[in-house]
Design a binder for this molecule. Sequence first.
Ligand SMILES: Nc1nc2c(ncn2[C@@H]2O[C@H](COP(=O)(O)OP(=O)(O)OP(=O)(O)O)[C@@H](O)[C@H]2O)c(=O)[nH]1
Ligand SMILES: [Mg+2]
Length: 524
Amino acid sequence: MSAAEDRLAPRVRALGEAVAAAEGRADAAVLEKARAVLDRAGARVAFSGSYTVVALAGATGSGKSSLFNALTRTDLARVAVRRPTTSKAMAVSWGSELPHELLDWLDVTGRHLVPSGPHELSDLVLLDLPDHDSTEVSHRLAVDRLVDLVDALIWVVDPEKYADAALHDGYLKRLAPYAEVMMVVLNQSDRLAPEELDRCLSDLRRLLDSEGLRATPIMATSALRETGVKELREALARTVAAKQAMVRRLSADVGVAARTLGDDLGGGAVPVLDTKLRERAIRGLGEAAGVPVVVDGVRRAWRRRGSVATGWPFVTWFARLRPDPLKKLRLDLKPGEHSPTEVNRTSLPKATSVQRARAEQGLRELADGASDGLPRGWADAVRLAAHGRESLLFDRLDAAIAGTDLSVRRGTWWWALFGVVGVVWLFSGPVLAWLGFPPLPQVLWYHVPVPTWLLVGGVLGGVLLGVLGRALVEIGANGHARVARKSLDAAVGAVVAEAVLDPVQAELDRYARARDAVRKAAAA
Ligand SMILES: Nc1nc2c(ncn2[C@@H]2O[C@H](COP(=O)(O)OP(=O)(O)OP(=O)(O)O)[C@@H](O)[C@H]2O)c(=O)[nH]1
Ligand SMILES: [Mg+2]
């Protein structure tokens, strides 16, 4: 097995991967052509990979059928002065039996077997094609179809029409990637003087070179006089013996398809969904879903619960009258407070049109950033990935917020301490009196009786305790708001990742995969 043959299978696989990845994103016609190459490669290898299929193609009257007869030493092909003569492709196969499956795939019904002797051609299927420049559309279609399928092509030209645009612009230029599996034969050489023939051949060579066909050999023949026919048969025998034509042809097919798909994929850097883009999307969607409202609710709830627990009892009665901000949002409910049949949902205000517009703007920015420089089909796919789950996004964000532990249900240990100290402080006097302690002896301190000091101290101490408690509660409220913000950001982040960022990343990965596969498929 040759190196080219070794490389063909992985390259065909890579092209298959690239096509699968680019499905629905790359240009439909480009994908269609690549799929045709994949089908062709699979079928060609399956049907008699040991045969080499060579076709004689060219303008009408160049002498294809005459050369076909000369090469096969038969008169199977009809040769005539009337133009065009050949209307259907005909095949001759050398060997002991006809490769029917291969000929069925080629859709060539006229088929003949030429028994091959020890010094004859074998494993060769030679086709005589109709004219490519025909007035008959069916001829041109048959030629185009078979030019795409055969392993090697012999272009038969004559001294008048060897430079015709129909041949060069219609076929040869675009077939430059197949230069190695083509040959150009200047037939009817008997009609030229030796120096004219030399001039024609060098003119033809120059033309082919300018068209990227340096690797395509040229020969001169006369089917009429049988000059050059032996050399052409030997060249064919070498092509068949090398068993390279099929692989080279398919390899060129894969290369052309991969490069065309590669051009469609573009060559810029694959966009990266960086932290900045991710964070901006999470923040924007979190804000639209009400995270700041909840964080503020946590701060206010902590303040309210803290002052209820630490304040002076008669102050706390008023505080208790105000509804708990989190309960109002149906957040931070105790297990029993959820209706068992109800989905856990917040009563956060519905996103306003401004918030929604900002969320959409965030998604758009994300999609634009993540599709920067991508070809249109891929940019559309990235946009679709970013917006695809948009209709469910707010419900899922709401559920994520409802499910976040805001850690404000439990108070903190020093609230109890403040409560106890406050109550003891408040009731110590009456309790002492009620217990019937003997009145203390009149003691003066700085000319003021000690009980007065105690009363003033008690009042001031209570106020101080209240101020201290409030300051500590405020610090706690801000701290808890920060913690809640973190938990909420994480919950929102998880939803945004799953519904927006992951699908976008998957699309970028798919693009990178297509680019990578196409590069592997193109590497001959
Ligand atoms: N002088 C000369 N005439 C030739 C040669 N080869 C073919 N002819 C003549 O050219 C005419 C066309 O030959 P064909 O073999 O039918 O040409 P073709 O390319 O098969 O033409 P289509 O089937 O119409 O595409 C016939 O009259 C042949 O006799 C040659 O080498 N020298
Ligand atoms: Mg013919």
